[in-house]
Write a protein that binds this ligand. Sequence first.
Ligand code: DGT
Ligand code: CA
Ligand code: CA
Ligand code: ZN
Length: 576
Amino acid sequence: MKNAEISGLFSEMADIMEILGEDVFRINSYRRVARVIGDMPADVEEMLSTGKLSQTPGIGKSSLAKIEEFVKTGKMTAHQELLRKIPQTLLELLKIPGMGPKGVKAVYERLKVKSIAELKKVIENGKLASLPGFAEKKAALIAKGIAFLETSTGRIRVDQAFEAANIVIGFFKVLPGVRKIRMAGSLRRCTETIGDVDILVEAGDGKKVIDAFVGADFVQQILAAGDTKGSAIIETSTIPVHVDVRVVPAKSFGAALQYFTGSKQHNVQLREMAVKAKLKLNEYGLFRGEQMAAGGTEEQIYEKLGLDYIEPILREDRGEIEAAIKHKLPELVCLRDINGDFHMHTAASDGACEIEEMVEAARNRGYKFICITDHSASSAIANGLSPRRLVKHIERIRRVASRFKDIAVFAGAEVDILADGKLDYDNKLLAELDFAIGSIHSGMTSPREKVTMRTLKAMDNPYLHCIGHPTGRLIGEREPMDLDIAAVIKHAAETQTALEINASPYRLDLKDVHVKMAIESGVKLVIGTDSHNVMQLAYMGFGVAAAGRGWATKDDVLNTLPLAKLKSWLAAKRKK
Ligand code: DGT
Ligand code: CA
Ligand code: CA
Ligand code: ZN
């Protein structure tokens, strides 16, 4: 179907004409054509050939001729002529959330801005904010819109997605008529990046809920608003986020939640199973003929398909369905199992808080232990500790630790793995520590052999307990090192070195599929939040989800050990 393409051409023509300040009447009629064709369920080409298109309200003679030209030749002369009247780069500006044709016209005419790069300049030098209609707040909004566009893949970090979801959920919680609210999509599955946020609402009057949603003050741009579905770009503290809201009735809520949680591949497998059992599965329910077999809850759906309930974080078509048939799904590690955190920084290196503050915050989370792991000397930009400073720091940690009876505070360090694979502190000093993480923070673009050799060699040091953020990736910012992950896992098993799941939403490193490989080789995992302030201790949830996505059970994760057992593991590691 060419509907979307043709609709797009008309709306682009309307945009260009608006930027050029052309006739409002024609602009509106083009917008109308775009909308009519975009919403049309039938194939526009077929409508044209049967003559029905000429009778469709909103499609005038001249529009009809343009559509006919496009269908026949693949070109639309009017569109091409309009394109020639403006700099090509101007159209990019329209993609910025918060920037419409009027805004583009204003910055083009009055500030000579022709591209995103030029727009960024006038935001920085304050010229945009001095333009009528572009007060400080609006300029800031557009800056966020640009940041949104520039997040390389258009996908956002999971913490950003959760913030957006919580804004919308908070709104629905107090909206009359809303009975149930759930996250769905990739956010519910806790994938490492999120395309858009999906929220499901149970309510009687869908239109009322959608109208309220798109009218909310956090909405920056409405993308669609129907009777049961609304899409909008909403404002958060970092970037604009695309949120889809769907309203469903109680009897289909479970089916819709299952369907819109995905993943698509998981759903395809489930649907095939249903077909084989002479059933039909869709977002309204599980049906045998006309009869509904399940739909109210997800549990019913999995049960009627002959499957054990599959946790959302496992729904990736990675063997979970076979395991559910055979009752062999793992009992996943969960946040309640976590007794402590292995990775955090204090003001001694590049953290924002004092040791005491970190301990208090961890205690409030109900932890039984934490490891203070500041940077070592060669991480100079992170204010890494020289051997002499580390000695003092260890003393300070021990003093603080002695004041807390109900939580153990271990003196640790995040020690740089140097270019030759040696550690940044000598073994005598490492022996003073309760816990040592080895991390690569430099030379990450070196060839595969080099970065792999450094990691393997570090594991040969008996004083090292764990490899921190093993691949070094920064989501959306830096590619992982070209590490031979299979070799690293094999050697971790041989040396009984733990591998970290760095829970920071910027890292999530190891990632889910590598977690699964590690577990299958019998490697133990350490979840560390890499907190640089007390708030970030909450990243633990992301780390636990990454572990679960890699099928980790309680036994695979050292954070779940009772204190006595953890102490013996830490000591035993050094005797190997
Ligand atoms: P994202 O937003 O790219 O991070 O990933 P998802 O998984 O949230 O994808 P999204 O938002 O496009 O759709 C939400 C869920 O809806 C998806 O996980 C499964 C379901 N879904 C969407 N389109 C289809 C489809 O064509 N077939 C099936 N079986 N399910 C679909
Ligand atoms: Ca989504
Ligand atoms: Ca979506
Ligand atoms: Zn680090």
